[in-house]
Design a protein around this ligand. Sequence first.
Ligand code: TXA
Ligand code: MG
Length: 353
Amino acid sequence: MNTETVIINDIENHEAQADFKRAGAVIKQGGLVAFPTETVYGLGGDALNPEASGKIYAAKGRPSDNPLIVHIAELDDLYRIVTEVKEEAVKLAEAFWPGPLTMIFPKADIVPLATTGGLETVAVRMPSNKIALEFIKASGGYIAAPSANLSGRPSPTSARHVADDLSGRIEMIIDGGPCTIGLESTIVDLTGDAPMILRPGYVSQKMLEDVVGEVAIDPAITGPVDENVHPKAPGMKYRHYAPKGLLTIVSGDSKAVTEYIKAHIEENHSKGKRVGVIAAQESLKEYVKADFCGNAGCINDEVEISSGLYGLLRECDERAIDVIYSEEFDTPQLGMAIMNRLMKAAGHTVVNV
Ligand code: TXA
Ligand code: MG
């Protein structure tokens, strides 16, 4: 299959309008279009067409028990695909939609089980990216979209990342530039007694609690790794976001972290291994001997760190890095999401120095 890439800078533009029409036609015919959102690029198909959902799983090589998020562009459209909208959901939608928040609802019959991975619940999100909203509207209003990466790879935060993984497997890629947040949306389950975070993201526990009161966090994503405790979001159980190189997170006092990483650059070099380091801009100069110095950004700019993280993991692969050391990024709002993804990418390998 030939994958066409269209670049959209200005949605009002005449050509852009024609591109949205064509992308919408691809979706209505059951095809797949990758598109930008403020979190990561999504791989879109018609959420109400089971065959399209099947194609999404096939293109990504994704296990079919891992449900897809349905993306909408208008709040009214929510009521057609779910059977109950609690007051908490209304408040959260008012506060964070459009934006990087996904909520889980009981699904209406119109949503095929092929889209929800066989579950009777459905995850719904209204993204804030203007290109995403136009594309969803042009496609009939309901776009099922996982992150547009091959299963197991870091999520794509640019159109090039999407093309690297899915070129030849999908009909179209809409290139809308780099993603501003760079980590997948916060997922909140509203089908239980109290709201529960199933995946941390840009919208933090505190931001949610300011709107609806107490919000729990799925213990499987914060607690110690236990093979018998399964996360409630099926996708969170898979090894994910992982570069090919062996990643270790180094945690502790910043001076000790720097010393540890420097010593390990030397040690790995003596074994003939190529070493990458992911570090805050402030400490990067310490690691000049590494084969790849990944600048995560300023320690006080958490969105700079989150938006660049997956790109750095991919760059380690492109540079054939064997061993990667990352500093810890324990920032106030996004720290939990950043460390959740880094920990998964590292297979939970952390060294405390
Ligand atoms: O930011 C995002 O959410 C991006 C962009 C494209 O919108 N999408 C994304 O989709 O991250 P994906 O498929 O990579 O991750 C969806 C996650 C998976 O962990 C899945 O298990 C969970 O959402 N999920 C989907 N439906 C669910 C449901 N009904 N119950 C529990 N978890 C669900
Ligand atoms: Mg994903």
